[in-house]
Ligand binder design. Structure first.
Ligand code: IDP
Ligand code: MG
Length: 138
């Protein structure tokens, strides 16, 4: 069993597809073991995406991530990190495979509907960024 951090980004909440996105995780064998709907401040978003602070899109990305509510969840299952990345699809929706969340819902490479941890180390950091131990139930 593995855990990963998933976010429905502001564009996904605006598009009113929270249920649709969560349903795709469940249909693929992942369980939601923690969940909340919150809005990040600009500095919350900067802290979350600190690994990208040198990238040219950092300012725009953190503006986007703080412009409206998000839904954050911990997903649990076999190979949850890789499985979630597969369900999400490529970062750029133009390159995302058919049937993936980003192919079906993303607006563009920035407003791409979902976030998913990319390694056990990032999953550990990202889960702790949003949830304490009492908020995650297996
Ligand atoms: P990932 O979300 O597929 O792991 P990363 O490379 O980690 O992709 O980038 C983090 C987020 O930054 C992306 O999901 C997207 O919202 C945004 N992003 C990535 N590349 C670009 C870009 O070239 N222009 C604008 N935003 C980008
Ligand atoms: Mg990433």
């Amino acid at each position: 069993m593995e855990r990963t951090l998933s976010i429905i980004k502001p564009d996904g909440v605006e598009k009113n597809v929270i249920g649709e996105v969560l349903s795709r995780f469940e249909k693929n064998g992942l369980r939601v073991v923690a969940l909340k709907r919150i809005q990040l401040s600009k500095s919350d978003a900067e802290g979350f995406y600190a690994v990208h602070k040198e990238r040219p899109f950092f300012g725009s990305l953190t503006d986007f991530m703080s412009r409206g509510p998000i839904v954050v969840q911990v997903l649990e299952g076999d190979n949850a990190i890789a499985k979630n990345r597969e369900i999400m699809g490529a970062t750029n929706p133009e390159e995302a495979a058919e049937g993936t969340i980003r192919k079906d819902f993303a607006t563009n490479i920035e407003e791409n509907t979902v976030h998913g941890s990319d390694s056990p180390e990032s999953a550990d950091f990202e889960i702790k960024y949003f949830f304490n131990a009492l908020e995650i139930t297996g």
